[in-house]
Design a protein around this ligand. Structure first.
Ligand code: A8S
Length: 160
């Protein structure tokens, strides 16, 4: 599983890996996470999402509208990998109005003692005019929120 999180090195990248435990079955967590056309199912800062190419399979492109509270407006994102057997999802940011340059990420889901462990790793380049450390701190904060929200949503569904 760890080999999925080794990203190719970009010119000036930084990256990180975040882990979230979910007290719910893996298939439920994966069913929410795998919907590339519905990121707002758990991503709190996503206002809406429009498919620009494809219907949610590999190569699909979505345009995400970001909440007004953030220093970003839109993000164009491509699904690079979706493996329903190994539970791996890769996507890259290919455009939009925000500061994450050359961002690409891998998310894996694993089962541990009837619970679920989600790991999301990413790489990103330093944006013009702000430091790589700031870019990483920002990305980490968003991803931590997303993963916590995924846990909440999944656990709530499991309880019903
Ligand atoms: C993800 C991870 C991130 C998404 C960030 C880091 C983003 O959607 C938000 C604000 C931005 O400035 C960049 O897995 C961008 O979605 C919430 C629009 C890409």
């Amino acid at each position: 599983m760890e080999s999925y999180h080794s990203h190719a090195l970009l010119p000036n990248p930084c990256g990180s890996s975040l882990v979230q435990n979910i007290d719910a079955p893996l298939p439920l967590a994966w069913s929410i996470l795998r919907q590339f056309d519905n990121p707002q199912a758990y991503k709190q800062f996503v206002r809406s999402c429009t498919m620009r190419a494809g219907d949610g399979g590999i190569g699909s492109i979505r345009e995400v509208m970001v909440s007004t509270c953030l220093p970003a407006k839109t993000s164009m994102e491509r699904l690079d990998k979706l493996d329903d057997d190994k539970h791996v999802l890769d996507f890259s940011i290919v455009g939009g109005e925000h500061k994450l340059v050359n961002y690409s990420s891998t998310t894996t889901v694993q089962e541990k003692a009837r619970k679920t462990v989600v790991t999301q790793s990413y790489v990103v380049d330093a944006p013009a005019g702000s430091s790589i450390v700031d870019a990483c701190l920002f990305a980490n904060t968003i991803i931590e929120c997303n993963l916590r929200s995924l846990a909440k949503v999944t656990e709530r569904m499991a309880a019903n």
